[in-house]
Design a protein. Structure first.
Length: 172
């Protein structure tokens, strides 16, 4: 088995790559690339790196080559081809802030319900909500449920029943 030379990291890159492997806020792809390069710098073979990290041999070769050509800056994803999806975030946000139609029987939008209503993907709605910090299920104002059964249980009446005439107080 031929032994490949350890990857020589630029000054300060070992520290940066080590931080990337421990960071919870960095993308999984960048953390994986950092692990590949750190193992390469330790002198592990490409095959061994692929096995340890769980990637193919061409992937290990790709990231070693990209690092050699451009350092840690070259580890970012390249721009994707094709036209980016265009969604009017303002209109999605404004619909989110309005209550759903009564016929739906809900007090606030869920991402899936709004996506179905607008004819777009759930992931698009969730991404826009995340970007704008929207959480319709945590509305600042109290909303009454449109479900009569949950109204009874939400007000603390559990197991109660009306008198046989149907009028009069609930008896528990």
């Amino acid at each position: 088995m031929s032994r490949i030379e350890p990857l020589v990291l630029q000054v300060g890159d070992e520290k940066v790559l080590g931080e990337w492997t421990r960071a919870s806020s960095i993308s999984a792809g960048l953390a994986q690339r950092a692990r590949i390069l750190l193992l390469a710098a330790e002198g592990h073979s490409n095959t061994e790196i692929g096995r340890l990290v769980g990637v193919s041999l061409p992937t290990v070769r790709l990231w070693r080559g990209r690092y050699r050509e451009g350092g840690v800056e070259a580890l970012d994803d390249l721009p994707r081809s094709g036209r980016p999806a265009v969604h009017d975030e303002t209109s999605i946000i404004s619909v989110t802030l309005e209550p759903p139609p009564a016929k739906l029987g809900v007090t606030h939008w869920s991402a899936r319900l709004l996506a179905n209503h607008l004819g777009i993907s759930f992931a698009t709605v969730a991404r826009i909500w995340r970007r704008w910090g929207l959480q319709p299920w945590k509305a600042e104002t109290f909303k009454f449920s449109t479900d009569p059964v949950s109204t009874l249980t939400d007000t603390g009446v559990r197991g109660g029943h009306r008198s046989s005439s149907g009028s009069g107080p609930i008896q528990g």
